[in-house]
Write a protein that binds this ligand. Structure first.
Ligand code: ADP
Ligand code: MG
Length: 224
């Protein structure tokens, strides 16, 4: 049986405004539940490619499909909940860890989601090696690596189907980067989510047998 394809790019081209094309005629398929690694030199377009996955950028030609339906047919806030981009620089609000984790549940578009209880929040903090923290602690007191993990948790509570990660450790100090990398690895191995991760370092995550897409010269080639 064919593996289900969760995201497909079909002959996608992209330019910023009237500028020269950054991508030309890109086709790729992401199987559901897979781990995909987008690699390529700095400035080759990796971040832009990733941003097209959930309509943070729109192709200038061609089409992108999510579970067989054109991305354009989805309401962007709902699409971005299913295909979730975890920001490199975490956004935290003035408030406690609990306030920060539950903030998305106060948004109108997320009214259909069940708000997690205290036990679930404490469990997920533990899963992300932050069991020493109290939900009443102020988010501003956390380190860079803890904030990044807080953003992961906040995203995962929205039950996404696809996680988009753009160099998730590059803005962090060494120790924070190691913790976030181990959490990322665990998600990739154990979550069953489809994970698409951008990295400019060739050695990253190769041990997890990713499906690799190489971005160079406006093309994307699959190296499996
Ligand atoms: P990468 O993530 O591989 O480093 P990017 O996708 O960030 O590459 O950028 C690809 C190219 O597009 C670069 O030359 C960059 O300068 C250019 N670029 C990125 N964002 C914009 C923008 N908003 N407007 C115009 N050019 C941009
Ligand atoms: Mg980038």
């Amino acid at each position: 049986m064919d593996q289900e394809i969760i995201i497909e790019f079909s002959r996608v081209s992209f330019s910023f405004g009237q500028g020269p094309p950054l991508f030309q005629d890109v086709s790729l398929k992401v199987p559901a539940g897979s781990f995909c690694l987008i690699q390529g030199p700095s400035g080759s377009g990796k971040s832009t490619l990733l941003r097209m996955f959930n309509r943070l950028e729109e192709p200038s030609a061609g089409q992108i499909f999510f579970k067989g339906h054109p991305l354009l047919s989805f309401h962007p806030p709902r699409l971005r909940r299913s295909i979730l981009f975890i920001q490199q620089t975490p956004t935290v609000f003035d408030g406690t860890i609990r306030d920060n984790l539950l903030r998305p549940f106060t948004f109108k578009n997320n009214r259909d989601l069940v708000r997690p209880g205290e036990a679930q929040l404490n469990k997920i903090l533990e899963d992300f090696l932050m069991e020493g923290l109290d939900l009443d602690d102020h988010a501003q007191t956390l380190s860079g690596g803890q904030l990044q993990r807080l953003c992961f948790i906040r995203g995962l509570l929205l039950e996404p189907e696809v996680l988009l990660l753009d160099e998730p450790t590059s803005a962090l100090d060494h120790e924070s980067a190691e913790i976030v990398e181990s959490v990322t690895r665990r998600l990739i191995r154990e979550s069953g989510l489809t994970v698409v991760l951008v990295s400019h370092k060739k050695v990253d995550f190769q041990d997890l047998a990713p499906m690799v897409f190489e971005v160079t010269g406006g093309r994307v080639t699959g190296l499996q």
